[in-house]
Design a protein. Structure first.
Length: 315
């Protein structure tokens, strides 16, 4: 594993983390429209089910599955959805509004290009699913029996799976400054509080993700199965490398101790590829021991986090 930042000094910016978020980030909102494949039973169908089980109808909650989501064509669409959400989250940090996160302003073009690629992949996948649509409906008719209802199924699937995104303003609208200065100040205070909360959420997310990655790799390196070292995949190391790069890109320097622990972990695994760790048991144990020290320090951050959260909430 390599890193391009180990020899670079950590420069502590003079502005606050919240100010840096506001200056360097843009809000990006993701919206996914997806065909629903489950539908609640009608009241009459629930009544019939209650009779079959000798149960009270108002105690039943039942639904039916309209399509077999295990079909390869449907699984391909589901995989795209997972990749879209993963990419959006990987390029951004949290923001305390639903479906909105913060992205570096210099990453907006890259993000938009990739999302367009996802849209094109989704359109092709939906076309392939549409080719199997009659087959899937016929299967549903056989499996659902009397619960099958042709009106539950749209004629075609185009336009029912959508990926959309935009860049909403999360700042107080400037026109309020002239219309109602007092309301404008209230909105500015509200926005500042949200960015303070975004700092808290970002720090918490990085600490939790980092702790989980360190814990997993350390457990794989130090643990044993039947007296033999545990097997671990390349991803146990690769995922940590990806975290280092994303942390470098999105770090807001809100926690000096976290910055130092990430740098320490980079030094520990620098130049260590998975095969080396498999082949050299001494190296493997040495890395596991050093990672345990990082893990212990992270555990303290996780324990201390609620206290810091309370102190950082706006008054």
């Amino acid at each position: 594993m390599s890193s391009t930042t180990l020899d670079e000094p950590i420069v502590r910016p003079s502005t606050s983390p919240a100010q840096r978020l506001r200056a360097e980030m843009a809000a990006v909102r993701l919206s996914l429209s997806w065909l629903g494949v489950r539908k609640a039973l009608t009241e009459q169908q629930k009544e019939q089910a209650a009779v079959a089980f000798d149960a009270e109808r108002n105690c039943l909650s039942a639904g039916k599955k309209l399509l077999d989501t295990r079909h390869p064509a449907f699984k391909a669409i589901t995989a795209i959805k997972g990749r879209v959400i993963g990419y959006w989250k990987g390029m951004t940090v949290p923001f305390p509004e639903p479906a909105i996160r913060l992205i570096r302003q210099d990453s907006v073009d890259t993000f938009g290009s990739q999302m367009i690629t996802f849209q094109e992949e989704l359109a092709e996948a939906v076309e392939r699913l549409d080719e199997h649509y009659d087959e899937l409906k016929a299967l549903a008719r056989r499996q659902l029996g009397s619960l099958y209802n042709a009106t539950d199924y749209p004629p075609r699937l185009q336009g029912l799976f959508l990926i959309e995104w935009d860049y909403p303003s999360v700042e107080a609208p400037r026109y309020l400054q002239q219309l109602n200065p007092e309301l404008y100040e209230q909105q500015c205070t509200r926005v500042a509080a949200r960015f303070d909360e975004a700092v808290r959420l970002t720090e918490a997310a990085f600490i939790e993700e980092f702790a989980n990655l360190i814990d997993h790799l350390k457990e794989r390196l130090a643990g044993q199965d039947d007296g033999q070292p545990k097997v671990f995949r390349d991803s146990a190391v690769g995922n940590l490398a990806q975290f280092f790069e994303r942390f470098r890109q999105l770090n807001i320097h809100s926690n000096d101790q976290l910055d130092e622990l990430v740098e320490q972990a980079q030094h520990i695994v620098q130049g260590r590829n998975p095969q080396q760790l498999r082949d050299n048991n001494t190296l493997r144990q040495s890395v596991a021991t050093q990672l345990t020290e990082v893990q212990n320090a992270l555990d303290e951050l996780l324990v201390d986090r609620p206290r810091r959260n309370i102190l950082r909430r706006p008054q």
